[in-house]
Design a protein around this ligand. Structure first.
Ligand SMILES: [Zn+2]
Length: 156
């Protein structure tokens, strides 16, 4: 698998990413990736230490229903709005209200950011057996309300 590495300590911003991945390391536990993972992200530099990744990630993963074990297709279309900081801050940062993805900024791997976002937003319960969950599966988006947007609104 080809890794997409960026050096976020150099270069000009914003960085526009428009990518398709066949599969991504880190999603094996969730199920089998169907189709391509479509990644459309813009990385902005917010401050000297804080970067922001905004955009959309869509993926379809076939997972086993946790009740009847039938293959169930989970489609996600994620509105991504996440902070990025260097890995050296991971243990320094107090619990912030922001969602932060920590990684080595000099060898920043897009694949890891994308798979973490999918992992965090994947439904914890996969089932095809009840009417209620069928409705849920038909929803195209499992967006989580992220605190980040609110904080940005406050800064404006
Ligand atoms: Zn089922």
């Amino acid at each position: 698998m080809k890794h997409t590495l960026l050096n976020l300590n150099e270069g000009s911003f914003p960085i526009k990413l428009d990518k398709k991945f066949k599969d991504l390391h880190g999603l094996e536990d969730l199920g089998q990736v169907k189709d391509h993972i479509i990644v459309k992200l813009i990385i902005e530099k917010f401050s000297r230490v804080l970067f922001l990744a905004k955009g959309n990630i869509s993926v379809a993963i076939e997972a086993d229903c946790q009740t009847c074990f039938k293959k169930t297709l989970i489609k996600l279309s994620l509105e991504t709005d996440v902070g990025i900081k260097d890995i050296k801050y991971e243990n320094v940062d107090k619990k912030e209200p922001l969602e932060i993805h920590y990684q080595d900024l000099e060898n920043f791997n897009i694949n890891d950011l994308v798979s973490e976002e999918i992992y965090l937003n994947f439904p914890s319960i996969v089932t095809c057996c009840t009417i209620e969950s069928n409705e849920k599966l038909e929803e195209k988006s499992f967006n989580k309300i992220r605190p980040f947007q609110k904080i940005r609104d406050l800064i404006k």
